[in-house]
Design a protein around this ligand. Structure first.
Ligand code: 2HA
Ligand code: ZN
Length: 271
């Protein structure tokens, strides 16, 4: 039997949180991540078998009853997780009635899941309906994408097309585009519901003047998705820094050719 702190799950989530911080996307306690883990993959760890305490969720997560999530703590700093995973991370199991979460490991100094945990769980529920391999929800504050929410109309088609045209990679990585919700108060059930509704059609959702929600089948994939969106937004910022005048750009026909070459289907509402 091994200790859960030495598992690939804790190792990977610690790396990703540090890298996200290092990219400048998680000032102070900004950002949160949750990873769904199969019970079978926890069999080897003796220290995750007992319920340490039970936490109220504040909404109905019955669709996830019995599921385990490794999640960052509320108020915790992404840059610290790598050095104190037992304090800043918690492994929770959703109770049978879906109203609570049993803490099985972590949060050793009394921590609780991220304030955005309801938003994460609601997003997991919606993504699992479209993709049974759905495992990760990640939220962070990528600077250039946030900046776009001031200079662009909050229009999904316009913002998706702008991001697609900033680099050839964008359409291949997020052919469905990016979902956009209105500005809303973070940590509320309302923003969770609005985000989860977008997650029916998108794996990335912009939170104007705040950040991004990303979903995926692994930590690498989800982080890569957010990186690609932010890279496109960064190129847009750099175009502005170089004077803003665009002499040539990727055309709609070139986007169609890209989709064909990489066997992806571009969102037909946007292209
Ligand atoms: O976890 O980023 O949106 C802190 C936040 C809240
Ligand atoms: Zn945030």
């Amino acid at each position: 039997m091994s200790e859960f702190v030495n598992s690939k799950f804790v190792k990977k989530i610690s790396e990703i949180t540090y890298q996200s911080y290092d990219h400048g996307w998680d000032e102070r306690n900004g950002g949160n991540v949750s990873l769904r883990i199969d019970e079978a993959d926890l069999a080897d760890y003796a220290d995750v078998k007992e319920v340490k305490k039970t936490i109220d969720l504040g909404f109905d997560a019955r669709a996830l009853a019995g599921q385990y999530f490794l999640v960052t703590g509320t108020g915790r700093y992404f840059r610290n997780v790598i050095n104190q995973p037992k304090l800043d991370l918690g492994l929770v199991r959703i109770t049978a009635d879906g109203q609570k979460a049993d803490l099985m490991w972590g949060f050793e100094d009394g921590g609780l899941p991220t304030s955005e945990f309801p938003s994460h769980l609601m997003s997991h529920i919606e993504r699992l309906k479209v993709d049974q391999n759905q495992r990760v929800v990640m939220h962070c504050h990528p600077t250039n994408l946030i900046a776009l929410s001031f200079t662009q109309d909050l229009d999904e088609a316009q913002i998706s097309r702008l991001l697609w045209k900033m680099q050839a990679e964008s359409l291949v990585v997020f052919p469905e585009g990016i979902g956009v919700i209105p500005y809303m108060t973070p940590g509320t059930t309302e923003i969770g519901k609005a985000t989860a509704a977008k997650m029916q059609d998108f794996r990335v959702v912009m939170w104007p003047h705040h950040g991004i929600f990303g979903a995926g089948t692994s930590l690498d994939e989800t982080f890569g998705l957010i990186e690609t969106v932010e890279k496109a937004a960064t190129i847009y910022s750099q175009i502005g820094a170089q004077g803003g005048q665009i002499k040539q750009a990727i055309t709609d026909d070139q986007l169609r050719a890209l989709a064909k070459a990489f066997h992806v289907v571009a969102n037909p509402d946007f292209l």
